[in-house]
Write a protein that binds this ligand. Structure first.
Ligand code: GLU
Length: 466
């Protein structure tokens, strides 16, 4: 048997972290077992589904690197097939037309509520539906009345529900369009899904879906219902907790691997290991090791992981992601040092790529003004003379590289009988515009001779005008 999993988002918004974790677990399980991972867009809710959301979901999957073997399938392209199955269920006596009006159902509901009963359809049309002229019926599934359904849940363990708790759910609306539970069942059956991995907010649907699958004579998949993700305050994770859209994490300077690593640990563990390469995730992942209770999203831990990935990944790889941020700032990367060299220089001090991009603009572009505080601290009486000496010494350097520049600064400090800081700090502010940068020799070699000299000259002019 080939293992087949799917991720089945409804395109009613961006790809959020909850969805991304579901996708990741489904993807990992398929990859681990040499199986097939399907992407299915559940766009039957025409009012709430948008193309923009479809695009956002595809973009999110792509950025995370969660490739799919089949799809994207779109449910709106499968309406004929759903109609066929609805017909089949009617023909085999597993479904029936229901003519009850909205008002009648509402009255029934109110009566049940008043009697403190669970509101459910009473099956009035189940055995002898009376057609009503001019009223289009809905189609209801004839749920078994006796017995139980047991969900073979790999995360939560077996969950048993009595059929008498389930009523006859609508599988086709009066306009003929299929409902969610029907489309999912038909797709999971047709697509040969063996493991349904999804959020536990769907647990109530599962026994109904299993009954429909059984009525169609289809094999039953296994299920893994993933617990919710909560914010630090214990409420379900939402926008007000900060970033929840996958692409917003890109915008805020996270590496996709860091987010994946963070997500895999949300509810899953392997000993006390925290950092997993993709290959390790695939090797170690087991649905049985997913925790059945909710987990809490921790931004600080994600930030920590991101920093680890920035520091430990191949600088060329980090540079590819940094490029996006650099371009966002209207910078042409050709105007300065190779991005991988910037990564090497900045990675210890930058926890996100946003920090790194912001702290690296001066390598590529003139800054408008000196940071006021830094200038006040670094530039003092005589700084112009010090800078002028540095200028002359640097101008004479034939081979622009860090060690030589470092030696020049040290020698100059000795000759002038000044502390290293009195030389390096005015120089730093002159070339970077601020008091923070990588080691001065690294900064200068990244900046290059031409830019360095021009900026020293600019600082001298600035000091003369003071
Ligand atoms: N389309 C459903 C959702 O986005 C998921 C359905 C499923 O996984 O079975 O919540």
């Amino acid at each position: 048997m080939t293992i087949t999993t799917r991720f089945a988002p409804s395109p009613t918004g961006y790809l959020h972290v909850g969805g991304a974790r579901t996708a990741l677990f489904s993807w990992l399980y398929a990859r681990k077992n040499g199986g097939t991972f399907i992407l299915r867009i559940e766009d039957t809710d025409l009012e709430r589904s948008t193309q923009a959301s479809v695009d956002a979901i595809l973009q999110g999957m792509d950025w995370l690197g969660l490739g799919y073997d089949e799809g994207p399938y779109y449910q709106t392209q499968r309406f004929d097939r759903y109609k066929e199955v609805i017909r089949q269920l009617l023909d085999t006596g597993h479904a029936y037309h229901c003519y009850c009006s909205k008002e009648e159902l509402e009255t029934l509901r109110n009566e049940q509520m008043a009697n403190k009963e669970k509101p459910r359809y009473n099956g009035r049309c189940r055995d002898h539906a009376v057609a009503i002229a001019g009223r289009e019926p809905v189609v209801r599934f004839k749920n078994p009345v006796d017995g139980v359904v047991t969900i073979p849940d790999l995360v939560k363990g077996d969950i048993t529900v009595a059929n008498k708790e389930l009523d006859d759910l609508v599988i086709a609306r009066a306009d003929g369009t299929p409902t969610y539970n029907l489309t999912v069942v038909v797709d999971d059956m047709d697509m040969g899904v063996t493991h349904v991995i999804r959020g536990d907010d769907h647990i109530n649907n599962t026994p109904r879906q299993m009954n429909i699958l059984a009525a169609l004579g289809a094999p039953l998949p296994k299920y893994a219902h993933l617990p919710m993700i909560l914010g630090a305050d214990g409420a379900r994770l939402s926008k007000r907790h900060g970033a929840v859209s996958v692409m917003q994490f890109r915008d805020e300077g996270y590496l996709p691997e860091a987010l994946l690593n963070y997500l895999v640990r949300l509810g899953w563990s392997h000993g006390d290991q925290e950092i997993f390469s993709i290959a390790e995730m695939i090797e170690f992942f087991e649905l049985e090791d997913v925790n059945g209770s909710a987990s809490t999203f921790n931004m600080e831990k994600l930030l920590w992981l991101n920093h680890q990935y920035i520091m430990d990944s191949d600088p060329e790889h980090v540079a590819k992601h940094l490029l996006w941020h650099i371009e966002q700032r209207g910078i042409n990367p050709a105007d300065g040092p190779a991005l991988a060299d910037v990564v090497k220089a900045q990675r210890e001090r930058c926890k996100t790529l946003v920090e790194m991009a912001n702290a690296s603009v001066y390598f590529y572009k003139e800054f408008d003004a000196y940071d006021e505080k830094a200038a006040k601290k670094a530039f003092s009486e005589g700084s112009d003379a010090v800078l002028a000496q540095i200028y002359d010494a640097f101008a004479a350097v034939p081979d622009w590289q860090g060690d030589a520049l470092h030696d020049i600064i040290i020698k100059l400090a000795e000759t002038l009988e000044l502390g290293m800081g009195k030389v390096a700090q005015p120089l730093r502010v002159a070339v970077c515009g601020s008091g923070v940068s990588p080691a001065i020799d690294v900064t200068l070699s990244l900046l290059g001779k031409e830019k360095t000299l021009a900026r020293i000259q600019k600082a001298i002019d600035y000091l003369h005008n003071q």
